[in-house]
Ligand binder design. Structure first.
Ligand SMILES: C[S@@+](CC[C@H](N)C(=O)[O-])C[C@H]1O[C@@H](n2cnc3c(N)ncnc32)[C@H](O)[C@@H]1O
Length: 242
């Protein structure tokens, strides 16, 4: 595509199996949380929203054990592709945090911590009936080592990051139902990698990780199984625009 940007419209396992050993510095990714089955019997707006947007998205409605099998393949390839002391950040549902930590540890990753992304303006869905969800966990791992790149420049960095949800200005090329804001990805890219490093997102959705990586002078490899979202990510990343 260009020697610093490689984008694939395919199943990430298939593509990851072809990437060379020890070639990636940071994996920053947001895979399907596999909560489709959990939501299935709940007659909520959220359930309807999931049906409308997630059909065919892959890995979200799977049986838990099938999902674990897929995630195991992901971790085996991630361990091989990442450099020694490379970093993996994975967004994940709180329901699945323990399963993911166990998988990562058995495939050669050192578990550092679980942090929180807090949304300052979440959708106030059914706000008079219950607590409105405003946070998503992210898990922090190091490959074959205990510490990796951490560019804090002497500043205290908390396991908590707060931003607004993705602004409309970042959706001018099209929408993705779980699109993350660029400032959120900038936080991890700048702290956990250096200019010239290679960043991989195997579940790139609308390509937010790629937009951040390229605008911060990193090389980027992105994979997306849906053709619609692959095209959207390509438009966003190649225009180097939010
Ligand atoms: C949670 S979304 C990522 C959203 C992204 N962070 C953004 O800001 O737009 C996960 C994406 O993974 C894709 N996906 C699911 N299974 C996949 C697979 N096996 N290989 C590649 N992509 C996959 C889905 O189509 C979906 O777009």
């Amino acid at each position: 595509m260009n020697e610093d940007i490689y984008l694939y419209n395919d199943n990430c396992i298939k593509v990851m199996q072809k990437l060379p050993d020890n070639s990636v510095d940071l994996i920053l990714t947001d895979p399907p949380y596999n909560i489709g089955n959990f939501m299935k019997d709940r007659q909520t707006n959220l359930n309807r929203m999931r049906k409308n947007f997630f059909v065919g998205a892959g890995w979200d409605n799977e049986d838990y054990h099938d999902w674990l099998g897929n995630m195991t393949q992901f971790f085996v390839e991630a361990h091989r592709i990442l450099k020694t002391k490379g970093t993996l950040i994975m967004f994940m549902s709180v329901l699945k945090v323990e399963s993911i930590i166990e998988l990562a540890q058995t495939t050669g990753f050192y578990y550092k911590t679980t942090g929180i992304w807090h949304k300052t303006n979440p959708m106030p869905r059914n706000m008079n009936l219950h607590f409105v969800n405003s946070n998503e966990p992210w898990l922090y791992f190091i490959n074959d080592g205990k510490t990796g790149t951490f560019n804090n420049k002497g500043k205290l960095e908390l396991d908590f990051i707060q931003t607004s949800v993705t602004p409309a200005s970042e959706k001018k090329f099209g929408k993705h139902p779980t699109q993350k804001p660029v400032t959120l990805m900038d936080h991890f890219i700048n702290l956990l990698s250096n200019p010239g490093d290679t960043v991989l997102d195997p579940f790139m959705g609308s390509g937010t990780t790629g937009v951040s990586a390229v605008s911060n002078d990193r090389k980027f490899i992105g994979i997306e199984v849906s053709e619609e979202y692959y095209k959207l990510s390509k438009r966003r990343i190649l225009n180097n625009s939010i």
